[in-house]
Ligand binder design. Structure first.
Ligand code: ZN
Ligand code: ZN
Length: 247
């Protein structure tokens, strides 16, 4: 599978970079994971938004769903080159916030699907399991397995540190973490630090770690070094707009 980072800031966009959004592709299938601010414009550099097959949402904070509405309008208003409407878009969200979940459905455009109904959900070529995170609103981390290859992506979504991430992320080919904080703030109830993300990568035997949901202020090279110091056997990268990683 190929993962493309469309936006990586936590909270708000700045300097032409948006907030959380990732394009996950396998065998012609296009899944958008989180739909942060400016993600639609970033997505267009890679595919026509009409070619998206599904959207998967971790939670309903603005920095993860800001572009969902304009994505729905794109699918409602834009036509393919042949003049056809886009097919109904599957939008996978949780239903613990009923009002937000209702907005994932727009008649003849998108259909909201509650992924917490079963222990796992099949989304095209992927099997997806989830883990509730530590966050002020209900939020879920995802383990996304490409069925044909067994390759695995784990995404912590937004979370403070949880012991449960260790077994959840075990052996993943790629881990994307919420690294909104520098070392020294460990035990925070909303986000993780560089040190905690590196610790998870090391304990879970992660090949590649991408630090994401990054802060707008501070020395990001230092953030990376702090994480890398905890995970000597892991390739540790900072998220970058349009960065593509194949696993
Ligand atoms: Zn966030
Ligand atoms: Zn959040």
């Amino acid at each position: 599978m190929q993962v493309t980072i469309l936006g990586y800031y936590g909270g708000y966009p700045t300097n032409d970079v948006g907030t959380s959004a990732y394009l996950i592709q396998s065998d012609g299938y296009n899944l958008l994971m989180d739909a942060g601010s400016a993600s639609l414009l970033a997505l267009e550099h890679h595919i026509d938004p009409l070619d998206l097959d599904a959207v998967l949402l971790s939670h309903y904070h603005h920095d993860h769903i800001a572009d969902l509405g304009v994505l729905q309008f794109t699918r409602q208003l834009k036509r393919t080159e042949k003049g056809d409407r886009a097919p109904l878009l599957s939008v996978y969200g949780h239903s613990e916030d009923q009002e937000a979940f209702r907005k994932t459905t727009l008649e003849e455009v998108s259909q909201g699907i509650d992924y917490t109904k079963e222990d796992s959900v099949t989304i095209g070529p992927f099997d997806v399991t989830y883990l509730k995170t530590l966050h002020p609103v209900p939020c879920y981390a995802f383990k996304i397995v490409e069925r044909v290859t067994g390759k695995t992506l784990v995404y912590t979504a937004d979370s403070g540190y949880l012991e449960a991430f260790l077994p959840f992320a075990e052996g993943a080919d790629l881990l994307i973490t919420d690294t909104n904080l520098f070392k020294g703030m460990e035990g925070h109830s909303v986000h993780m630090t560089s040190k905690e993300c590196g610790y998870i990568a090391n304990k879970s035997n992660i090949d590649q770690l991408v630090l994401s949901h990054l802060p707008q202020k501070g020395n990001l090279d230092l953030l990376r070094e702090e994480a890398a110091a905890e995970a000597p056997n892991t390739r540790v990268m900072l998220a970058e707009k349009h960065l593509k990683i194949s696993i």
